[in-house]
Design a protein around this ligand. Sequence first.
Ligand SMILES: NC(=O)c1ccc[n+]([C@@H]2O[C@H](COP(=O)([O-])OP(=O)(O)OC[C@H]3O[C@@H](n4cnc5c(N)ncnc54)[C@H](O)[C@@H]3O)[C@@H](O)[C@H]2O)c1
Length: 84
Amino acid sequence: MDLIKTDNNMYIVITGGAGFVGSNLIKLLLKKTNKKIISIDNYSSGTKKNHVKSKKVKYIKSDTKKYIFSFKKSKKNSFIISLR
Ligand SMILES: NC(=O)c1ccc[n+]([C@@H]2O[C@H](COP(=O)([O-])OP(=O)(O)OC[C@H]3O[C@@H](n4cnc5c(N)ncnc54)[C@H](O)[C@@H]3O)[C@@H](O)[C@H]2O)c1
């Protein structure tokens, strides 16, 4: 079952991916989908200890406010889950 019905080139972007909920969500998404995942986190409370090791996950250190806008402008096909 595909948890999120999107095309395979679509990225799932998670803001707050280095936090408690975000890191567990990334683990779940890796099990349930085939999608590439990008975490955007400013590490204000999150930690690299929560990183999930996978080629499919990319971690970007940035404040959500700065990054989401430029990501949208890049026109990459994306599905954004905002925890922050
Ligand atoms: N943990 C729970 O049981 C629980 C229950 C219900 C709701 N929530 C909600 O879920 C959300 C996440 O909770 P959590 O427990 O994972 O918190 P957390 O602090 O572990 O994770 C939040 C993450 O967001 C990052 N972050 C904060 N501001 C940011 C910004 N401006 N740009 C980029 N990254 C930023 C932090 O560094 C952290 O990694 C919160 O909104 C919380 O209120 C949590």
